[in-house]
Design a protein around this ligand. Structure first.
Ligand code: GLN
Ligand code: ZN
Length: 760
């Protein structure tokens, strides 16, 4: 039975078994038609609405579905289509949609970046001068009507206009965000009006930016935009959805926008409920985000109920909704799909479907319906079992953590001295070339790896296979002339999972996928207890690779912040504490690699920037513990051992000082997709160590044209000295095919050679 007060903000789109991913990939590779893809999408939407109703949600959201990304959907609805994609107009709508998302042979894709502090990436809208905004797609209306035709009443979700313009980026200083906002508002109005005409009396407007620090321009945009929307008759009432934090000092602003309801993230910021009550207009509906949409643990329903009762006392039963803290886009789909998970830990968890059932249970308390007492008792038992489990606290781990001292966070010598020793021991050319670690994972590699996982091939056969792949990969790198080689990461399914599987304190789901971008999903490991490393994790493979060549092979590790950031973490211990435990485990691995004769070790920290708290006031604390975790992991080596790190998609301006203080000898940064913007950071703060800005965008199937890479390197040399500059592609070679990788890397190596010859 569905409950009036049980709400949801968004549901995972990808499908219980990633049906959408497979449909997209089959369409992209022309194995199926556009019609097939759209049919799969339609079926998924229907199934997902039905599942939500079944769980107890009364009016599920619509337009939370997307074929690729909801920000891109919004850009398309508004006609925010950069001119380079106009040529796709003649072709089907999907062609231009996917061209914007993924690029095509001669047209670079739009950039992608992190959706707030999640591991989801959105496609960044571009605002060009002279862009004409116009209603270009009616997706939100179509999906509302699609549900209606199925007899399902939905609450359409729309990305709020201010959040939309703040997420996008002007391509030219002549374009200002307030001007873009002005131009898109009429389209919002038209869309909302049509929704109202079709019967939508409520919509959900997502404005997560209200939980961030806003400058005065942004605040003014909020005021102007909503004043204009408010002035229109016959619009649906709106639930202003805020999440990923508290409204804090934006509370007054949020309350002034004319919303009929407001959704609060009470998982991240429970304290804001009291602040709201002090100011709450008497007719405002309040949606309590009580179930964590960002983690996999069961909700403490007793605790949540306290907040529900508190809200009921102030607002009365008719004005309270119960919901997850944010869209369940960030949750795995259904715990019932997990049949192999550790039974004890399984009993502590909730995925999207179970989270909605928790929402329903809480909402039953409001309505007094059904057997919620039994559900509450069952919940209390599960929480008690987790609290008292012996599997969680490990005394030896706690002991080692307590013994960490400052000297463990420092390399033996400062960089200049290390540099001298490394130059001597490594004898690399100027502008050394390398890659970020992985090489193409062919069908065969994936197939063999899963056969191994399923226990279908003999371990010795698998070992032989991997060695063959590594050997071939080393040959390949020697052939095209790279200077620092890697083993290729063929044994790794995923850069975090691979390590998590070998560490204590982790469990893994089979189907707990979460969308990362487009068709790409990740299956985050689940950290439930104290972390330790029973034995070396990578040494065997790296050492084998090194045995195949005279050139240095770089050992590849994933850093503690990234392992933390890309896992579901414990909610019974500080993140910083969990991170330190991982750092100690990685430190042990670094020591073992060094002892095995590996001279260069890369500790990937692609996630360090995205781990930044959304509010600036919380930054210093995070930066301190995360940088220290990296230093703890990396500082145990001799001076002549060269430590690399790697980062993705980073807007570095804000945290450049912290990056400097990580004190890696070499940092490679993914950046060709934002056209070396990040180098601006280094214009301001001179980076003291070595650095390799990515010169080839790997996320797009297109191979760079002649001169493109040289161009990027020359730009880099404006802010870096020749001694500092490394030449490498962006990360993610594993997603590409060998022929294109050969072409692109050969070009890259040649570009480096030309640079060596031309440079003084
Ligand atoms: N070493 C990893 C790779 O090359 C790094 C991936 C990443 O930066 N996300 O795949
Ligand atoms: Zn990367």
């Amino acid at each position: 039975m569905s409950l009036l007060n049980a709400r949801n903000l968004g549901f995972p789109r990808i499908g219980k078994y990633r049906e959408l991913k497979f449909a997209l990939e089959s369409y992209w590779s022309e194995k199926s038609s556009e019609k097939d893809l759209l049919e799969t999408a339609r079926q998924l939407r229907r199934k997902h609405w039905q599942l939500q109703l079944l769980a107890g949600v009364s009016v599920p959201p619509s337009n939370d579905f997307s074929l690729y990304d909801h920000v891109l959907d919004m850009a398309l609805m508004l006609g925010a289509i950069p001119s380079r994609f106009k040529k796709f107009d003649e072709q089907s709508g999907l062609k231009s949609y996917f061209a914007m998302a993924r690029g095509s042979n001669d047209t670079p894709a739009l950039e992608m970046t992190k959706w707030f502090d999640t591991n989801y990436h959105y496609v960044v809208p571009e605002f060009e001068p002279d862009q004409q905004y116009e209603l270009s797609s009616t997706k939100i209306l179509d999906e509302y009507l699609e549900a209606k035709a199925l007899g399902i009443d939905t609450r359409p979700v729309i990305l709020g206009p201010v959040t939309f313009v703040l997420l996008g980026k002007p391509t030219d200083p002549r374009v200002t965000r307030p001007a873009v906002l002005k131009q898109i508002l009429p389209i919002y109005k038209a869309l909302l009006r049509r929704l109202f005409e079709e019967g939508a009396d409520w919509i959900q407007i997502d404005e997560p930016y209200l939980c961030l620090d806003l400058d005065s321009t942004s605040k003014a945009m909020y005021r102007d935009a909503y004043q204009e929307l408010r002035g229109v008759a016959s619009l649906p009432k709106f639930m202003l959805a805020t999440y990923f934090g508290g409204l804090g000092n934006n509370l007054d602003l949020a309350l002034s926008l004319g919303a009929a309801g407001i959704h609060l993230d009470l998982v991240r910021a429970p304290e804001q409920l009291i602040a709201l009550f002090e100011k709450c207009p008497s007719d405002l509906r309040v949606s309590l985000g009580l179930v964590d949409g960002r983690n996999v643990w069961r909700t403490d329903l007793k605790k949540a109920l306290n907040l529900v009762r508190f809200a009921l006392d102030s607002l009365g039963p008719d004005r309270v909704d119960i919901a997850p803290s944010c869209s369940l886009l960030h949750s795995p789909f259904d715990l019932s799909a997990e049949t192999n998970l550790d039974a004890e830990v399984w009993g502590w968890m909730a995925f999207a479907i179970q989270k909605l059932e928790e929402v329903a249970t809480l909402s039953r308390v409001i309505s007094g319906e059904g057997d919620y007492q039994q559900k509450l008792a069952e919940n209390a038992r599960s929480l008690e079992s987790r609290r008292t489990s012996k599997r969680i606290d490990q005394a030896d781990v706690k002991g080692r953590i307590a013994a960490i001292d400052d000297s463990m966070l420092r390399r033996k010598s400062a960089y200049p001295e290390r540099h001298r020793k490394q130059v001597e021991s490594l004898t690399l050319p100027k502008f050394p070339t390398t890659t970020i670690g992985s090489f193409p994972q062919t069908q065969e590699v994936r197939k063999t790896r899963s056969a191994h996982r399923a226990g279908k091939i003999h371990p010795k056969v698998y070992e032989g296979f991997l060695k063959e792949e590594i050997k071939r990969c080393v040959r390949f790198q020697e052939e095209i002339g790279l200077d620092v080689l890697v083993h290729g990461e063929f044994e790794r399914n995923d850069m975090v999972e691979y390590f998590g599987e070998q560490l204590e304190g982790f469990v893994f789901s089979e189907n707990g996928w979460v969308q990362s971008y487009g068709s790409r999903c990740v299956k985050p490991p689940i950290i439930y207890g104290d972390i330790s490393r029973p034995k070396p994790m990578t040494v065997y493979w790296v050492q084998y690779a090194q045995s195949q060549t005279k050139k240095p092979v770089k050992g590849m590790l994933t850093g503690p912040v990234t392992i933390l950031q890309w896992s579901f973490v414990r909610d019974d211990q500080l993140r910083s504490e969990t991170c330190r435990q991982i750092a100690l485990a990685i430190r042990d691995e670094v020591a073992d690699l060094e002892a095995a004769g590996i001279k260069i070790i890369q500790i990937d920290e692609p996630a360090i920037r995205e781990g930044l708290p959304l509010r600036r006031a919380d930054w210093p604390q995070y930066l301190e513990w995360s940088v220290n975790a990296f230093r703890l992991a990396s500082s145990g080596v001799q001076d002549h051992t060269q430590i690399h790190t790697h980062m993705c998609y980073s807007e570095f301006n804000d945290i450049i000082d912290s990056i400097v203080s990580m004190d890696a000898d070499v940092i490679s940064i993914e950046c060709s997709r934002s056209r070396m913007e990040l180098l601006d950071a280094f214009r301001r703060v001179r980076y003291p160590n070595e650095i390799g800005p990515g010169v080839y965008d790997i996320h797009s199937p297109r191979v760079p044209q002649d001169g493109e890479m040289a161009n990027l390197l020359h730009q880099a040399l404006e802010v870096l000295t020749p001694e500092q500059l490394w030449v490498n592609p962006d990360c993610g070679l594993k997603t590409r095919g060998w022929p294109e990788v050969r072409q692109a890397l050969t070009k890259m190596v040649n570009t480096a050679k030309e640079l060596r010859e031309s440079a003084v």
